[in-house]
Design a protein around this ligand. Structure first.
Ligand SMILES: NC(=O)c1ccc[n+]([C@@H]2O[C@H](COP(=O)([O-])OP(=O)(O)OC[C@H]3O[C@@H](n4cnc5c(N)ncnc54)[C@H](OP(=O)(O)O)[C@@H]3O)[C@@H](O)[C@H]2O)c1
Length: 333
């Protein structure tokens, strides 16, 4: 029986997760049943949504149980197929990869990738879940009109970097919020007009200066103080798209208490809407085709942050939640 080092959840994190919240166990390679694929993992994705699964709090998806294998998005090569839909040697994407070198996934959850179309790991970044999130959150829920100012938080990250570039393609005026000057330089090189360092002194004033005409669409990838400061700069009939709450990762399960600016919503007639990518599943194929076209035209240039080896998966997850990643955080096996 081959050895297959597998990460399991050791304890529910308190605050920001730490690498020792996970344990590496030597497990046998899984055996695929009918309708399943055995896959050699090439790339694993670590994503902010995983934080919410390491908790017993109510979420939109099932949580991770203690002692259970960590599961997430991955790309790999089929080495055995118990489904007529796939053949050994094919490269697949699935959200059901274990954090392990050899994994099994249901064929029904697998998407065949064409390695000649784009590097396969882009299916976990700009051409996959984060790219689709940027596409639908901005263009559908955000309902932007040409020339409008779009403020995007976590702007250099997996979702943010795609959102900024789509905004530029669509003739919008994208402004970045990110956690370092290096990240903001990178955002500008990707098409953002201006940038704000959220670790700077007066966030509200900095946003006002960077958005002299105010904000029309705010893609809120973080919640927390960035959200509060952006709210005070929203234009009349502005739209706030609540995409993610990564700034709350360290105080998960606690009430999200901040200033209450409800009157601001009334005075400015603002609309705030929660966004979940799953609601757009019927339109994924069209969006993927558009993202691929932009990628091949050089209009979408992703930045990736890659750690190497199965040992590094929890470290990659933790550094991404701390904002130490620069671009889409991946692990290559
Ligand atoms: N609703 C959906 O369907 C959906 C789908 C995908 C992703 N999302 C959400 O989209 C957001 C971005 O995800 P991603 O995959 O693109 O991650 P990412 O931006 O690549 O990485 C997370 C980033 O969040 C920022 N961050 C972390 N803690 C922060 C804090 N306390 N204050 C401000 N910024 C902080 C850091 O960037 P800085 O250094 O710039 O601070 C960090 O690099 C997440 O909230 C995620 O949950 C939602």
């Amino acid at each position: 029986m081959s050895s297959n080092p597998t990460w399991v959840l050791r304890r529910f994190p308190s605050g920001l997760p730490a690498t020792d919240d996970f344990r590496l166990e030597d497990r046998p390679e899984p055996v695929p049943g009918p309708g399943e694929l055995l896959v050699r993992t090439l790339w694993l994705s670590v994503d902010p949504y995983m934080r919410a699964r390491l908790s017993t709090a109510q979420n939109y998806a099932a949580g991770q149980a203690l002692g259970e294998m960590m599961v997430g998005g991955g790309v790999g090569e089929v080495i055995r197929s118990e489904s007529p839909l796939f053949q050994p040697g094919e490269i697949v994407l699935s959200d059901d990869f274990g954090w392990q070198p050899v994994t099994k996934v249901p064929a029904a959850s697998a998407l065949r990738l064409d390695p000649s179309a784009a590097p396969v790991q882009t299916a976990l970044g700009c051409l996959g879940m984060p790219g689709l999130t940027a596409y639908f959150a901005l263009l559908h829920t955000g309902s932007p009109k040409a020339g409008e100012t779009v403020l995007i938080s976590a702007a250099s990250g997996a979702v943010g970097q795609v959102a900024g570039q789509i905004a530029r393609i669509k003739g919008l005026d994208p402004v970045a919020v990110a956690g370092s000057e290096d990240k903001l330089d990178s955002c500008r090189s990707m098409g953002y007009r201006a940038g704000i360092n959220h670790r700077g002194a007066d966030l509200q004033a900095a946003i006002a200066e960077a958005c002299p005409k105010g904000i029309d669409v705010f893609l809120d990838n973080t919640a927390g103080p960035i959200h509060d400061a952006a709210l005070l700069n929203m234009n009349r009939f502005g739209r706030i798209v609540v995409v993610g709450t990564v700034a709350l990762a360290s105080r998960f399960d606690q009430p999200d208490i901040g200033p209450r600016y409800l009157r601001r919503f009334l005075v400015q007639r603002l609309r705030m809407e929660g966004f979940l990518l799953d609601d757009f599943e019927a339109q994924y194929a069209t969006a993927r085709a558009q993202l691929l076209q932009w990628y091949r035209q050089g209009k979408l240039t992703p930045r990736e942050d890659v750690l190497e080896g199965i040992d590094q998966v929890p470290a990659a997850f933790v550094r991404m939640l701390k904002g130490e990643n620069f671009g889409k955080q991946l692990v290559r096996l």
